[in-house]
Design a binder for this molecule. Structure first.
Ligand code: UT7
Length: 324
């Protein structure tokens, strides 16, 4: 028997305020048509004033618990993937713990920017397989609207706020690729690529939160090259091939990147979960939001092979393959 990490339920939360592309036409040299054509984005959500990343995370986490019909004390660990925490410390995860009334176990944040949720899945899986936890609540939550340079048309039109959560649970499998749960993981990073995508402030440098800076077309090229590669590696480790894939749930940064990755994997677009049009790029929240959206729509059947993949600042990138 092999210990596996299975998905019990999903949850999502998007702030109420919806910003359409036309919003940017008033202040920037851009158009709704350009944004749609070059990114696939139609709108994004922005958190309200005073609404922190932890507020979004708590709502998404509560939705996942409600869907599972489980109380929070059944959870051993709460992990939050975020690059936009409420405060420098404590972690958003401990704020979520307090917000949900979780009084046992442990909570911490992890930061791999847009790849944060994939890194979170891999780490939660390692903790569960090592016997450190039986149930993990993994949340991706971001308020990227707080780190935008509103004069930079190459970045501020791309990002949105939101949170998604998955409740993960240990299960016994046979140790084959027919098992439910996480079957293959591939994680990578290359710190030499820092200047392609970073925030120009921080605690030990400027003492400010800073603003996001990106060389979009260079990131685009890295993404197209690396995402299909990492998905192939994770599939290989799972003992599966692209032909076995039922759903690709990619990081939602740009529809053209997603389409290029799907094409490299020879996957038709109707097997790809797309939320980028409605959510924009919500960094670590984008995959759990997409998972929750597809789950809500009843698109995943038990036993389906689901591939997640993401790339972001660092650069850090990776893929997790699981059977629903
Ligand atoms: O989540 C982390 C990972 N991030 C990503 O995956 C983002 C990856 N990058 C992208 O999605 C795309 O590179 C962008 C959407 C950011 C830009 O699209 P692009 O097709 O790569 O455009 P580009 O940067 O090569 O720029 C082409 C032109 C430039 O004008 P010139 O120099 O040709 O006159 C830009 O200034 O498009 C211009 N441009 C815009 N025009 C209208 C850039 N942003 C805008 C805009 N509206 N919002």
């Amino acid at each position: 028997m092999t210990r596996r990490t299975t998905v019990v339920s999903t949850g999502a939360y998007l702030p109420q305020r919806v910003i359409e592309n036309s919003h940017f036409e008033a202040t920037l040299d851009t158009t709704d048509a350009w944004i749609r054509e070059r990114t696939g984005i139609r709108q994004r959500h922005f958190a309200a004033e005073g609404q922190g990343t932890s507020d979004l995370a708590i709502r998404a986490a509560q939705a996942a618990l409600d869907r599972a019909g489980m109380g929070v004390d059944a959870v051993d660990a709460i992990l939050v993937a975020t690059s936009t925490p409420d405060l420098t410390f404590p972690s958003v995860a401990t704020m979520v713990q307090a917000g949900l009334g979780h009084t046992s176990g442990f909570a911490f944040d992890l930061q791999a920017v847009c790849a944060g949720f994939v890194f979170g899945l891999a780490n939660a899986d390692a903790m569960i397989r090592a016997g450190q936890a039986d149930r993990v609540l993994l949340i991706g939550a971001e308020t990227f609207s707080r780190i935008m340079d509103w004069t930079d048309r190459g970045t501020c039109i791309l990002f949105g706020d939101g949170a998604g959560a998955v409740l993960l649970e240990a299960a016994e499998g046979e140790g084959t690729s027919d098992d439910r749960g996480i079957l293959g993981v591939d994680l990578n990073s290359d710190g030499r690529l820092k200047d392609l995508l970073y925030v120009d402030g921080g605690v030990s440098t400027t003492g400010t939160a800073g603003k996001l800076r990106m060389q979009g077309n260079l990131v685009f090229r890295q993404a197209v090259e690396k995402l299909a590669q990492t998905a192939h590696t994770a599939l290989d480790r799972a003992g599966l091939t692209p032909a076995d894939v039922d759903w690709l749930v990619p990081h939602q940064a740009n529809q053209r990147i997603i389409a290029a990755t799907a094409q490299k994997m020879q996957l038709p677009m109707d097997r790809v979960v797309l939320t980028v049009a409605e959510h924009g790029n919500t960094s670590a929240a984008s995959i759990p939001l997409a998972l929750a959206t597809a789950d809500d729509e009843g698109r995943f059947e038990r036993g389906d092979v689901v591939v997640t993949e993401a790339i972001g600042g660092g650069m850090a990138w990776g893929s997790v393959v699981l059977r629903w």
